[in-house]
Design a protein around this ligand. Structure first.
Ligand code: SF4
Length: 244
């Protein structure tokens, strides 16, 4: 599917918010926004497609899977308002890509520096499982974003679907997803693969805080060779207590 060219990230963001190409996802997001989780019953959900956000001069692009039904689909900002958001915000802050270690709601003051956040799919899917046709329908937005982020040097993908979609966009179709893998693509940003910081991964120990911090240290080294990370885990713990 070919989308019209966008002259700016703002124009692209507006197009995403008004998108209705995937009826199943639009219906699901609106339904979740109507029903709401008991804990958020007094809140108004966003319930629409969620565009990327961050620094237009970003050298790092982080690509996740899709908005969380009660995270970004509620707050209207990607990686905002759920446990995955907290993992990402903490890492971005500790590695100097963000001004604060939390991402709670759209008006919380979070500002990204040199980083932009996006997703392979911009509407929350049932059970976090978009269909192939939905991934394909949403991919042109990622293509447009990568073209508009003219200073990009590294794309960090979270989870297999984000990796495979982004690899396809960058001309690396068929590359193998492996946590910690780094792919140098001629004339394109470096592609880095990580497990997604979903509860399913973090609560089972598939992705630990130290593994997560190592990914961001790796990204920082790719961007600024010679600079070492100032982040370390508190002695004797791998349970999320991190200090600089
Ligand atoms: S998933 Fe993407 S293509 Fe589908 S309706 Fe949402 S924004 Fe549009």
């Amino acid at each position: 599917m070919v989308l019209p060219a966008y002259s700016s990230l703002r124009e692209l963001q507006e197009a995403v918010v008004g998108c209705d190409r995937c009826p199943r996802l639009r219906q699901y997001c609106a339904g979740v926004a109507e029903e709401r989780k008991p804990a958020y019953r007094n809140q108004k959900y966003w319930g629409r497609p969620v565009p990327g956000h961050g620094d237009p001069d970003a050298r790092l692009l982080v690509v996740g899977l899709a908005p969380g039904a009660h995270g970004a689909n509620r707050t209207g900002r990607l990686f905002t308002g759920d446990e995955s958001s907290q993992w990402l915000a903490t890492a971005l802050f500790l590695h100097r890509f963000a001004n604060q270690p939390n991402s709670d709601h759209a008006g919380d003051g979070l500002r990204l520096r040199n980083a932009y956040i996006s997703n392979a799919v911009r509407c929350a899917p049932p059970e976090n499982k978009p269909q192939a046709a939905e991934v394909a329908a949403c991919r042109p937005y990622l293509e447009a974003e990568i073209e508009l982020l003219t200073r990009l040097q590294v794309v960090l993908t979270l989870g297999r679907l984000a990796f495979e979609t982004t690899a396809g966009v960058l001309g690396g179709a068929g590359l193998v997803f492996r946590h910690g893998a780094v792919y140098l693509l001629p004339g394109r940003p470096t592609l880095v693969a990580s497990y997604h910081p979903s509860q399913q991964n973090t609560r089972t120990g598939l992705l630990t805080p130290s593994m997560w911090m190592e990914i961001f240290a790796l990204v920082r080294r790719e961007l600024d060779p010679g600079q070492t990370s100032a982040v370390r885990l508190a002695p004797g713990t791998d349970s999320g207590i991190m200090e600089t």
